[in-house]
Design a protein around this ligand. Structure first.
Ligand SMILES: [Zn+2]
Length: 467
């Protein structure tokens, strides 16, 4: 509603707010009293029907015309049924004969309006949207504040600040700002906006639900990050978000960002948010290593081992081996934390990497054993590369592990099936098989497996360079 009113490009005419409700009563057949407003301008019609607002002529309302401070005071005074008897005011620049003098003084007495530092009211000045926030929050006693962010109003914890006033009227459902995340406190408030604000203040049926606007989308760079109830580490957490998750920022409060990620809305520290994962130098050989499972998700368990620990141990070994080969590495996790599968894919996409290898450990009946490596043919454009990557790794892995070669297989696991990068998923061996498990527990074998995977990745990049 407010946006429509702002855009209406109507001719600017002098505003006449009448003190009585008599006057222009030329309602048309449609029930709309003015030719320059629509049936959807319910707030204006509501105020007009209550006798609180009038047109600028018999047939026009002039929603784009400006509102002066004296007009605003008179209208608020009428709406609140303040004493409008013309009288001397505490301001030098308000004539006692001014039609609004009584309302201005009543508003001063109630603490709704105040003059400038020189004791002037500036009755003929146009009222700004910022002034209106003060006026309405005081006049209608809106005191509640919420998580309201405007890009053009600095957060200020003082209850008498512009931020507090704008927050109060937004929280009360009087304004949604301009719709793009700003409030424009220094812009003139026009008649259409003024009517909308006052109608919403008077009648809850017209209220809006304040909605913050996403002003940035950032990526979580910490392994995990608390989404807190307030802008300080002392506030309790609604829950955690994980490395690679997207965080939609609604606003900033110091070094805290308020916004949303998935189902969680709250504050996170900006120290752990970035525009995107920083790509590393060597972009032609840059692999994303994904240690499967982690945190609350142990993966397969058996013979006193947890899959998540083996996967991470091997991934870290592969990481350091690759670096000695001049291959850059991005780790989806390097600690014992849980990362959802979709976030792993998001991380891979944002990392700038050009290959993806997920490391896992298998489980089945005790007799099953050996190594196998999966690729996905779900995305045509990288199916061949994925298969090559899986093959180079598998051809070295089973030999290094000195176990059963279960081969290269096609499967649609999420981290490889929905991944735009050439991707392979390695199953080192079976945690549920006693022979495999003893190797998976052995630093020697984990190192051998890591060398096989690192060399397989190196093979892949050499193959890529020649193809
Ligand atoms: Zn697994």
């Amino acid at each position: 509603m407010q946006k429509i009113l702002v855009k209406a490009g109507l001719f600017f005419v002098a505003l006449v707010l009448v003190i009585t409700s008599l006057g222009s009563n030329s309602s048309s057949a449609s029930g709309v009293p003015f030719k320059d407003i629509k049936t959807t301008d319910e707030e204006i019609i509501y105020l007009w029907n209550k006798g609180l607002i009038n047109g600028t002529s018999k047939t026009t309302f002039s929603p784009d015309a400006s509102v002066t401070r004296e007009q605003a005071a008179a209208m608020i005074g009428r709406a609140l049924k303040l004493n409008g008897t013309l009288r001397k005011t505490s301001f030098n620049d308000v004539d006692p004969k001014n039609y609004a003098s009584g309302y201005i003084q009543s508003a001063v007495d109630k603490g709704i309006v105040e003059g400038d530092s020189e004791g002037n009211f500036r009755p003929k000045d146009t009222i700004t949207r910022g002034e209106m926030a003060f006026l309405l929050s005081r006049a209608f006693n809106f005191t509640q504040t919420g998580n309201v962010f405007f890009t053009d109003i600095k957060i200020n914890t003082s209850s008498t600040s512009l931020y507090a006033a704008a927050n109060k009227i937004a929280t009360a459902g009087i304004t949604n700002g301009t719709g793009d995340g700003s409030y424009e406190p220094n812009s003139e408030l026009n008649r259409g906006q003024f009517a909308a604000f006052v109608a919403r203040a008077l009648n809850t049926d017209f209220r809006v639900i304040f909605k913050n606007v996403t002003i940035a989308e950032l990526t979580v760079t910490a392994d995990n990050l608390n989404v807190r109830k307030g802008p300080d580490a002392s506030y309790s957490s609604y829950g955690k978000i994980y490395r690679g998750a997207k965080f939609q920022v609604y606003g900033y409060n110091g070094s805290w960002a308020y916004g949303k990620s998935g189902t969680l809305t709250g504050y996170v520290s900006t120290a752990y948010l970035a525009k995107s994962v920083t790509p590393v130098a060597n972009t032609n050989k840059y692999v994303v290593l994904d240690a499967g499972h982690g945190g609350t998700d142990p993966g397969a368990v058996g013979h006193g081992l947890k899959e998540k620990d083996i996967n991470l141990d091997v991934a870290k070994r592969v990481e350091s081996l690759l670096k000695t080969k001049g291959i850059s590495v991005y780790m989806t996790r390097s600690t014992d934390i849980f990362i959802p599968l979709a976030s792993r894919v998001d991380l891979a996409k944002k990392s700038g990497g050009n290959a993806f290898v997920s490391i896992h450990t298998n489980a089945a009946t005790p007799s099953a054993s050996g190594s196998e490596t999966f690729y996905s043919a779900a995305l045509d454009q990288r199916a061949l590369e994925s298969k090559q990557l899986a093959t180079f790794i598998q051809n070295r892995l089973y030999k290094a592990m000195n176990n059963n070669n279960r081969g290269v297989k096609e499967a649609g696991y999420l981290v490889i099936g929905s991944n735009p990068l050439p991707a392979a998923l390695v199953e080192l061996g079976f945690i549920t098989n006693s022979t495999d498990a003893s190797k998976l527990a052995s630093a020697t074998y984990k190192q051998r497996a890591s060398e096989a995977i690192a060399s397989g990745i190196d093979d892949y990049y050499k193959w890529k360079a020649n193809n």
